[in-house]
Design a protein around this ligand. Structure first.
Ligand SMILES: [Zn+2]
Length: 355
């Protein structure tokens, strides 16, 4: 990352399934004028057509840019952190479960907003990439190794930064990397395989078990299975068979044994994927955990994941270096600003995601 470039204040946006946020990112690497509104999303407005939600987003970006320019003067650069699968090379948005649900449609968002606001140059990046760039830029500069950031929130995903090439490498055609949430996994609880569908509609993706929404679905599923142990948990004691994920996370933090067991089971498929990643890419030396679930559970999540990783082990490595996983997996920044800061970093260091 070239950290010497200077540029004027930029408009930065964080578009997620719960909140839309905006701010100005200054030359001094600070956020000013941060504001937010509830997201225009399928989750909040299930009766609104996807096309109308997408038009609403373009309208929001246009109006918000106008508002920021009125308050802070002309803005020539803008970047959007999107909670969506997109082509990092051209900003074409493929899909967003959190924003547009199962009826999600592709949209050339960059072209649409660029056409309406020709005086500002727009860039679009994925929210996990934005969070990764924030973390990378906060570290000491180095020219070797890789950071693999894992976000566990509504969904789950990973992005890897390559310090040697100073980029987030992506598929040369499709512009994707690290969508581990849509890898096929097997989730087992007390010896029984649990089948659940992912938000994308396909069965048994990591998302379906290990994300915030996945954990909620797992708990609600187990609540209907005789002898799953749900009835013995503090959640079962309430008589509510549809506990919200926040109830589950609170039970985990309270030390409820059954809830801890569910968390361990859900960390196992993620641990398996990480072991494969580390086997293929031995230069990954930092694995920050971020996202709402990581923010809520903190060290409890880290320890649960480490327990699964250490159980699996790395061939010929962990016997010699029992600290191998522990020295890599850590908690990242879990405030709400990673999307906005990541956008600012991306604009100021525009070589950051060149391949
Ligand atoms: Zn999926």
């Amino acid at each position: 990352v070239n950290c010497e470039h200077e540029s004027a204040g930029a408009a930065v946006f964080d578009i997620g399934g719960t909140w839309f946020r905006s701010a100005v990112y200054t030359e001094a690497d600070e956020l000013i004028g941060v504001s937010r509104r509830p997201a225009l999303s399928h989750h909040h407005d299930p009766d609104t057509d996807v096309v109308d939600l997408q038009e609403g987003l373009v309208h929001y970006l246009e109006e918000e840019l106008e508002r920021l320019q009125a308050a802070h003067g002309p803005i020539r650069q803008a970047a959007i952190s999107m909670g969506a699968a997109l082509n990092a090379r051209d900003g074409f948005v493929f899909n967003s479960g959190p924003l547009w649900g199962a009826g999600s449609r592709p949209i050339d968002l960059r072209a649409k907003i660029q056409e309406r606001t020709p005086g500002t140059n727009w860039q679009i990046l994925n929210d996990v990439t934005a969070a990764l760039l924030r973390h990378v830029c906060a570290e000491e500069r180095r020219d070797h190794g890789r950071t693999a950031l894992i976000t566990i929130s509504t969904g789950i995903a990973c992005r890897v930064y390559d310090y040697g090439r100073r980029c987030v490498p992506t598929d040369p055609t499709h512009g994707l990397q690290g969508e581990i949430g849509h890898l096929d996994v097997r989730f087992r609880f007390r010896g029984t395989t649990v089948p659940l569908n992912c938000d994308c509609g396909r069965p048994n993706h990591l998302n379906a078990f290990t994300s915030g929404r996945g954990l909620e679905a797992v708990v609600q599923h187990l609540a209907t299975v005789p002898n799953s142990g749900f009835a013995t948990s503090s959640l079962g004691a309430t008589g509510n068979e549809h506990p919200h994920v926040t109830d589950f996370l609170a039970a985990v933090l309270d030390g409820d044994a059954w809830s801890r067991e569910v968390l361990s089971a859900s960390c196992q498929p993620l641990a398996r994927i990480l072991v494969v990643m580390l086997t293929h890419d031995p230069e990954i030396d930092s694995i920050p955990l971020v996202g709402g679930v990581a923010a809520k559970l903190g060290e409890v999540l880290r320890e649960s994941l480490l327990e699964q990783l250490e159980e699996l082990g790395m061939y010929q490595i962990t016997d010699r270096d029992p600290n191998y996983f522990r020295s890599r997996v850590h908690l990242g920044s879990t405030d709400d600003d990673s999307g906005l800061i990541g956008c600012g970093r991306f604009l100021r260091h525009s070589d950051a995601t060149d391949s």
